[in-house]
Design a protein around this ligand. Structure first.
Ligand SMILES: Cc1cc2nc3c(=O)[nH]c(=O)nc-3n(C[C@H](O)[C@H](O)[C@H](O)COP(=O)(O)O)c2cc1C
Length: 210
C-alpha cells in the first residue's frame, strides 16, 4: 500500500478492542517518531510508552474519560521540554559533534545564535516552541502506525498538568503535549469507522504561484 492509501485507511479511532500491538510494530512506530526532524535538531521532547492498566485508568480520568486510553494496547505520551537552556542546547550539540567526530566548538556560533534568540523570548515561548517540534514527531508516529495497520487516536483532549503529575514530568523538566493511543479498532462499536474521511478540497488547500 502507498502512504496515501495508508493515510486514507487510518482514522481517529473512537473505540478500540483491547487487542495487543506486537512489539515489532510498536518499535517501528517509535522509531519513526524518533527519526522526525526538529528545529536545529534539538529534539526537545520524549515519548513515554504506557502499557499498564493502572496508569491508563489514571490517564483516562484526566482525558475526558476517553475509552481509547484504557482499550489501547499502548498509550504514547509525547512530552516536550518545559523550556530551553544553554545547558540543554550544549548537551545536544556536544552529543552530535561526538557522534560525527568533530570538536565541540564546531558549531559554537550557531549555538550562541539560537540561544541568543530563544533566551529573551522567555520560558513560555520556549515550551511552546518545543511542543511544536513534538507535533512533527507525533505526525510521523501516526503515519507509521497506519503503515503498520495499527489504529491510533491522536489526542489533545486531556488536562496536561494532571498528566504531568501522574507521570512525574515536572521533575524531569517536561510537559505533556500529546497522547497517541495505539491499538485496534472495534469495528462493531466504533461510530466513526465507516464515515467518509472529510478534508479541505485541494483547490482550497493548495495555492499555486507560478
Ligand atoms: C492534535 C490532535 C488532537 C486530537 N485530539 C483528539 C481527542 O482528544 N480525541 C479524539 O477522539 N480525537 C482527537 N483528534 C482526532 C481528530 O478529531 C481527527 O484527527 C480529525 O477529525 C480528522 O479525522 P481522521 O483523523 O479520522 O481522519 C485529535 C487530532 C489531532 C491531530
Amino acid at each position: 500500500m502507498s502512504l496515501i492509501e495508508d493515510l486514507q485507511w487510518r482514522y481517529a479511532t473512537k473505540k478500540m478492542n483491547g487487542n495487543t500491538v506486537p512489539q515489532k510494530k510498536l518499535d517501528y512506530i517509535l522509531e519513526a517518531a524518533r527519526l522526525a526532524p526538529s528545529s536545529s535538531g534539538l529534539q526537545p521532547y520524549q515519548v513515554f510508552v504506557i502499557a499498564n492498566k493502572g496508569v491508563q485508568e489514571k490517564l483516562k480520568a484526566v482525558a475526558w474519560n476517553q475509552s481509547q486510553i484504557i482499550d489501547a494496547s499502548h498509550v504514547l505520551v509525547f512530552a516536550a521540554w518545559d523550556g530551553y537552556s544553554e545547558e540543554r542546547i550544549d548537551t545536544v550539540f556536544n552529543k552530535t559533534m561526538d557522534q560525527r567526530g568533530l570538536p565541540h566548538t564546531t558549531m559554537t556560533d550557531y549555538k550562541n545564535t539560537i540561544w541568543g534568540m530563544y533566551e529573551p523570548l522567555g520560558q513560555d515561548w520556549q515550551a511552546q516552541h518545543a511542543a511544536k517540534q513534538a507535533y512533527i514527531s507525533f505526525g510521523m508516529a501516526i503515519a507509521a502506525a497506519a503503515e503498520q495497520k495499527v489504529d491510533a487516536t491522536p489526542m489533545e483532549g486531556f488536562v496536561p498538568d494532571k498528566v504531568d503529575e501522574i507521570l512525574g514530568l515536572n521533575e524531569k523538566g517536561l510537559k505533556s503535549v500529546l497522547i497517541l493511543a495505539l491499538g485496534y479498532r472495534d469495528e462493531a462499536n466504533d461510530w466513526l469507522v465507516n464515515m467518509k474521511k472529510v478534508r479541505t478540497p485541494k483547490e482550497e488547500f493548495i495555492t499555486e504561484l507560478s
